[in-house]
Design a protein around this ligand. Sequence first.
Ligand code: GAR
Length: 188
Amino acid sequence: MKRIAIFASGAGSNTAKIIEYFSARNTIEVAVILCNKPDAGVLKIATHYHIPNILIEKEKFFRGDAYVSELKSLDIDFIVLAGFLWKIPKKLIDAYQKKIINIHPALLPKYGGKGMYGNKVHETVIANKEKESGITIHFVNEYFDEGEHIFQATCIIDETDDTTTLAAKIHLLEHEHLPKVIERLLSV
Ligand code: GAR
């Protein structure tokens, strides 16, 4: 059984899909959820599915050991950023080389970088009159949204789409593909 940690600080819909997908299999389990916002929806999801959670302290994350000792003591093999907005410290990247992935709600390298997250991405994509958008799953390095790409999927943007409807299309793609990409990466 491989053990994954999810870092998330939003509503947690991707986290819920990952938990549900792997609860029906006995190869991978979500062992812990790490979150930096005490009021984030993802913490309710952790409680609902009885997954332990850790509330990240900023000082310990950026100036301490970035939770490497906790993750190692929990035997974590792999880390998924599912709506986590802080930059990952080098200590954590070095401890989990090519074992941390992020999901981004656009077709990188466009619409990435610091401050580009969630609805801000969709607003910019629509303002630029793009005809398509999509998702990118990539390895995490020291720079925001710049690690090696693993997977992309696209969706069409209709003239009637707004931020809300585009966000819904992107979430559908994320929910369908992220668990499968995790499974593929961990089965080699
Ligand atoms: C997802 O759409 C994810 O791609 C995005 O945050 C959302 C979290 O949704 N991540 C970023 O924007 C990272 N730059 P969720 O909390 O419902 O899973």
